[in-house]
Design a protein around this ligand. Sequence first.
Ligand SMILES: [Ca+2]
Length: 94
Amino acid sequence: MKKTDVDECRANPCGSGALCTNIPGAYECSCPAGYKGNPTPEDGCVDIDECTTSLTPICGVKSNCVNTPGGYFCQCPSGKHSLYKVHQNYNSKL
Ligand SMILES: [Ca+2]
């Protein structure tokens, strides 16, 4: 007999910022790339501030690191126009 799987993700069972993956008979919560934390409703996922948590400089010399939700980018000091997005691995739906 074939059981119909329920998509538990439709009820948003995961925490803030977490991804829900429906699997047969269950579901999984996970934090997307660029986020850390516990994907449960009690906690939720939070953005990783790559600019302050990286052990090695992630931007070039004299460039500014700007943290963004799910990523970061490097920016030349004001006066320069170039804006170079180097890392954005998750487009938040929030
Ligand atoms: Ca970030």
